[in-house]
Design a protein around this ligand. Structure first.
Ligand code: HEC
Length: 109
């Protein structure tokens, strides 16, 4: 009896943890998307079939670029390509915002 109760309790806890982290994932992705909408990233980039084609499609960018590369690209695209069409977002996004967007992009593999 006790064993069964403990197991039920454990399963409940696991479900709560899973649901909680799924919700947090949605929340941070929603924030990242809102920041990217403000930065007009999709004027130049496509994600999931939507957006522009001035820059590379970012749908699977996490599979070909590291986190560090993406942070650097957002802060100083000139450091990767002196003639880049991409503006620097260093003064326009906080470090926290850049981190959120980078987590989102790096997670797309
Ligand atoms: C005016 C057009 C433009 C805008 C706006 C823009 N980018 Fe870019 N981006 C580019 C171009 C062009 C490249 C290709 C590399 C280069 O030439 O610098 C690029 C490259 C990148 C890359 C590297 C992709 C790869 O595969 O190497 C990332 C990541 C990226 N941009 C993220 C962003 C994010 C995030 C935003 C918004 C905050 C943004 N870009 C806004 C034009 C733009």
């Amino acid at each position: 009896m006790n064993g069964k109760r403990a197991l039920t309790g454990l399963i409940l806890v696991l479900i709560i943890i899973a649901a909680g982290s799924a919700l947090m994932g949605c929340e941070t992705h929603a924030q990242a998307k809102a920041i990217m909408a403000r930065g007009k990233c999709l004027d130049c980039h496509t994600i999931g079939g939507k957006g522009g084609s001035v820059g590379p499609n970012l749908t699977n960018v996490g599979g070909r670029r590291t986190r560090d590369f993406i942070v650097q690209q957002i802060k100083s695209p000139q450091s990767h390509n002196p003639n880049t069409a991409m503006p620097s977002f260093a003064g326009r996004m906080t470090d926290q915002e850049i981190n959120l967007v980078t987590d989102y992009l790096a997670g797309m593999k």
